[in-house]
Design a protein around this ligand. Structure first.
Ligand code: AQP
Length: 335
């Protein structure tokens, strides 16, 4: 990343908990590349967040490398942005502790992701799952990010990061930038293809519920054909048609067409034609991502070079913030 002081800073992260879904792509990662010229962008594969849910260590290592290659395949250029793996940069864990001491138990208890994930993993409601939003605040505040591109599901965590930043600043004096969410207008919450009341999630146990961005074209088309819709057969965006509305928002983001022109395009045609069109459009759109991913994964040495340089650049920025935070809370200088 070139040091351009006048540009705003963007931070965003993604967990290496599996291959990215179309939800991760449309809601977050597809925007990352486009933001690189206008902003100073910092992107992270947040492996420390991933272990709040039990992971197979071998798979986590593999998914982390793949996630790094995937963000590049989706448009992140490590020469324009800082792109790194979270556990490589010690300052995230250091700042996490400082911020944890400015976060209230009550506010963490209100986080819906904690409630959802504890219900999903009742045998492993660990402290890390509870304090996940504090680490996320550290990720963002360490770089004094102005903007955080996220899907709607992360809005509550971002609000908490804002509160923690403000609380720290008023207790100890100005240090952190209070970040704003950067939420896409369409596609901020892509829903499951099998249960359109639920968001599409990497870790969904039903593979038909998600489009993974590395799925083969025939798999993508088949999953869209099986998508749950309603008993009506009119392609129309409406609150009482969550399945069709979800497919319409996906089609709209991928093709750039608005809802009115999609309704005209499929006027008099059934759901079958529409689902096929969505499947084909998504499969075509993702082809270059799949090709670039395969090319990058074949060159592990280059990936390593990129994530090593990214971690060094991230550390250079964030250690200054952590050093200031340590001073402000009253820790004695170590050297
Ligand atoms: N369905 C979605 N629609 C729009 N945006 C989404 N995001 C996630 N799901 C959708 C956005 O993707 C970014 C990275 O998310 P993450 O991996 O850090 O965590 P997550 O939100 O918990 O994503 P998943 O896919 O649901 O992962 P698992 O299954 O492991 O919990 C975020 O910006 C998020 O808003």
């Amino acid at each position: 990343m070139s040091e351009q002081e006048n540009k705003k800073i963007i931070f965003s992260g993604i967990q290496p908990t599996g291959t990215f879904t179309l939800g991760n792509y449309i809601g977050a990662v597809s925007h990352w590349g486009k933001l690189q010229d206008e902003y100073n962008c910092i992107y992270s594969i947040v492996d420390m967040h991933a272990i709040t849910v039990r992971q197979d260590p071998v798979k986590l290592r593999q998914h982390t490398l793949e996630a790094y290659a995937l963000i590049m395949a989706c448009g992140v250029d490590p020469k324009k942005s800082i792109a790194f793996i979270q556990s490589h940069v010690r300052t995230h864990a250091e700042l996490n502790w400082i911020l944890a001491c400015s976060t209230q138990f009550g506010e963490l208890s209100r986080m819906t992701q904690f409630k959802d994930k504890s219900a999903k993993h009742p045998d492993d409601i660990n402290a890390g799952l509870f304090t996940y939003p504090v680490l996320m605040a550290a990720d963002i505040l360490a770089y004094k990010a102005d903007l955080v591109p996220v899907g709607v599901d992360q809005k509550q965590h971002l609000e908490l990061a804002r509160n923690v930043a403000q609380r720290f600043n008023s207790k100890y004096g100005e240090l952190f930038t209070v970040p704003d969410a950067y939420i896409p207008k369409v596609g901020a919450k892509v829903m499951s293809l099998q249960d359109p009341e639920k968001k599409m999630s990497k870790s969904d146990e039903n593979p038909n519920a998600c489009i993974y961005i590395l799925d083969e074209p025939d798999v993508i088309i088949r999953k869209f054909k099986r998508a749950v819709t309603d008993s009506d057969s009119v392609v129309r965006y409406a609150e009482d048609k969550p399945g069709i509305s979800n497919l319409m928002s996906i089609y709209s983001v991928i093709t750039g067409k608005d809802y009115a022109s999609i309704e005209r395009e499929f006027d008099g045609k059934g759901y079958g034609d529409f689902k096929l069109a969505v499947g084909e459009a998504v499969a075509d759109h993702l082809k270059p991502v799949r090709d670039e991913f395969a090319r990058l994964m074949a060159d592990k040495a280059y990936l390593k070079e990129c994530y090593t340089a990214g971690a060094q650049a991230a550390l250079n920025i964030s250690r200054k913030t952590v050093a200031k935070a340590y001073r402000k809370v009253g820790f004695v200088d170590s050297m």
